[in-house]
Unconditional design. Structure first.
Length: 98
């Protein structure tokens, strides 16, 4: 349920200028995150499958309580990196057009 809320909140920023993120991310951190934007999403996918496998099989119940915070942290990093990637794409397209 909480993943759906995060996805819906992020989806509201599709094709928007992302001015808040542009002003709060430094140029250096934005460039770094923009280059690495795919890796947090892949890590989120792997961690989600590991969490699901642990929940279904029940091999290591102690990980069931410790893994979700890492999954959310990686998801948040992926969202911020995705915004940085979109900002860089918007900046590049404006430089080409004007």
């Amino acid at each position: 349920m909480s993943f759906a809320i995060i996805a819906a909140a992020v989806a509201t920023r599709i094709d928007k200028p992302l001015t808040w993120w542009r002003t709060h991310l430094s140029d250096e951190s934005r460039r770094l995150l923009a280059r690495l934007w795919l890796w947090p999403f892949l890590a989120f996918l792997v961690l989600s499958f590991v969490d699901l496998e642990i929940a279904v099989v029940g091999d290591n119940p102690s990980l069931i309580n410790t893994l979700p915070p890492f999954v959310f942290a990686v998801l948040f990093l992926g969202v911020v990196a995705g915004f940085a990637h979109d900002i860089d794409r918007q900046t590049d397209s404006h430089q080409i057009l004007f």
